[in-house]
Write a protein that binds this ligand. Structure first.
Ligand code: DGL
Length: 271
């Protein structure tokens, strides 16, 4: 048993989609979350910069004494997971392998689509993960750089969002995969619109939500689950930007009444 928190980071509010699933599946666990909204989106940034930011967020969480680290960001997982794993001595979980496994399980036509940030799609991380297990599975990736800004600005339910999603996903109208990985943790907030655009016959895979099974398994494996019936669950949420917008989205998405978000100043140099 270990009652220290699980640490989560993302470029912004996207990782809250993973947290929502943790609150549901692992309600005894305390959460420390940091979103780097001041420097979001990470998607268009060079890999070296995403690595550096990921390391800064990791260090912030290590100072909070977390017992496990969840990289709740596909873009950061794609470029920084291996290095972070090597550098620190607590279990580290990324979001790409769990999403790939779930997609392989779901596909009937052996054809999987992946939507993600420019960084994630360019890295080919999903293709590699899927082909390592199943070389004959067809995988088509599409970068959707306009999606994250819609979510970060809390416009993910607007008519503008509908229009942008429809336009961006047009390439999938021809030769449609039967399974689509939401390869960015921001995208589950757009899920109803994405589902409507692609059609009910496409199974959407929420890579972040799938990750929670790995988190749960590792807690068991390392025997570091929290004690049951905890009454002192003071979750902590931090953002590098203004807490107001973050709080609005977090409250809507997590449904925790009076969630408090604190500002932290990690941003030493904005590039
Ligand atoms: N939510 C992140 C991801 O899963 C990053 C999005 C971004 O900042 O571009 O990739």
């Amino acid at each position: 048993m270990n009652n220290e928190a699980i640490g989560f980071f993302d470029s912004g509010v996207g990782g809250l989609t993973v947290v929502r699933e943790v609150l549901k599946q692992l309600p005894n666990e305390r959460i420390v979350y940091v979103g780097d909204s001041a420097r979001a989106p990470y998607g268009p940034r060079p890999a070296a910069q995403v690595k550096q930011f990921s390391w800064e967020l990791t260090q912030f969480l290590l100072e909070k004494n977390v017992k496990m680290l969840v990289i709740a960001c596909n873009t950061a997982t794609a470029v920084a997971l291996d290095e972070i794993k090597e550098k620190i001595d607590i279990p580290v979980v990324g979001v790409i392998l769990p999403g790939s496994r779930a997609a392989l399980k779901a596909t009937q036509k052996n054809y999987i689509g992946v939507i993600g940030t420019v960084g994630t799609i360019k890295s080919g991380a999903y293709e590699k993960a899927i082909h390592q297990k199943s070389p004959t599975t067809k995988v088509t990736g599409l970068a959707c750089p306009k999606f994250v800004p819609i979510v970060e600005s809390n416009e993910y339910q607007s008519s503008v969002a509908k229009k942008i999603v429809a336009e961006t996903l047009r390439p999938f109208k021809i030769n449609k995969p039967d399974t689509m990985i939401l390869g960015c943790t921001h995208y589950p907030l757009l899920r109803p619109i994405i589902q409507q655009t692609l059609g009910r016959d496409v199974t959407l895979i929420d890579s972040g939500a799938e990750t929670v099974s790995d988190v749960s398994m590792l807690l068991d494996y390392f025997e570091i689950s929290a004690t049951p019936d905890r009454k002192d669950l003071a979750h902590e949420f931090y953002t590098t930007s203004s807490p107001k917008m973050f709080e609005e989205i977090a409250n809507q998405w997590l449904g925790i009444g009076d969630l408090q978000v604190k500002h932290i100043d990690l941003v030493k140099q904005l590039v």
